[in-house]
Design a protein around this ligand. Sequence first.
Ligand code: 2AM
Length: 177
Amino acid sequence: MRLFVALELPWDLRERLAALGGGVPGARWVPAENLHLTLRFIGEVPPFRAEELDHALAALRARRFALTLAGIGTFAKAGRETVLWVGVERNERLDHLQGKIETALQRAGLEPERRRFAPHVSLARLDNAAPDKLAAFVQRHNLFRTDPFAVEHFTLFSSRLGKEQAAYEPEVEYSLA
Ligand code: 2AM
């Protein structure tokens, strides 16, 4: 199974994010049903392993908190923009939760994640997006900001890669205290 841990977003917020899409040729917009905030990408694991990771996550204790999405940006690889995202207002509780998840998964046997946690919600994958259109999009939505919303659980997702879009399935929800 291909797995990752993420925060689900309220549906109205996902619709609002999805509605931002458009006007950037070369951008593949993430549909509302797929929008999420990744806390830890796990990747392909055998079922017995998935069960161990699930147990580790279920034993984790963390507090619920409020989260605000704010700002727009891009990730680039080798000088090419690959992802267009909405950012997250700095949030110690989120960092704390992510750290606990990382620790729990490592104790359960995963290799440490070497990349620094850069919380974001991916809006679009970019394939040679027109630079001027992309810059205009970022400029236009630079002040994007949501009201704070409650984060009351995190979720273990499975992902099936599709031709157009991956299909994400929530497998287990873990409540926050
Ligand atoms: P994203 O959060 O920037 O969109 C499921 O594939 C989720 O895990 C995606 O949201 C994806 O990126 C994130 N992810 C993190 N590292 C990944 C990797 N090495 N391969 C695929 N997805 C990864």
